[in-house]
Design a protein around this ligand. Structure first.
Ligand SMILES: [Cu+2]
Length: 128
């Protein structure tokens, strides 16, 4: 049962990367309006000393993809306060999530119990 799950997960990962490859190559052909389909990927690490690194992120307005890498042992999350984005990464894993944001300053936190209070917070600045 567990082996079967791993196999399915493996297939899913392979199919996901294939889909990503197709998406990237279609973008390279310039067939779509690049300006309106801009996606910015921001990489951020979460660690067991209750810090995001970097704790200040900046991007242009549009679709923002957050790639959260957990460099620690316990779970960490990336939640933009007041927005519908909640990414949870387990130890050693990188998890991604996307959200469309307009210009402004947003606070992000790790919402695992006690982490925000321990200082696991940061600021995301979105410019025009
Ligand atoms: Cu955390």
């Amino acid at each position: 049962m567990k082996k079967r799950f791993v196999t399915i997960l493996g297939l899913f990962l392979i199919m996901s990367s294939l889909a990503l490859g197709v998406a990237c190559s279609s973008g390279d052909t310039g067939g779509t309006d690049a300006a309106s389909s801009t996606k910015t990927t921001l990489k951020v690490n979460g660690s067991d000393d209750f810090k995001f690194n970097p704790s200040s992120l900046t991007a242009k307005a549009g679709t923002i993809e957050i790639a959260l890498t957990n460099t620690g042992v316990v779970d960490h999350s990336f939640v933009i306060e007041g927005k519908d984005l909640n990414i949870v990464a387990t130890a050693g894993q990188t998890e991604r999530g996307s959200i469309a944001l307009t210009a402004g300053t947003y606070s992000f936190v790790c919402d695992i119990v006690g982490h925000k209070e321990a200082g696991m917070v940061g600021t995301l600045t979105i410019t025009e």
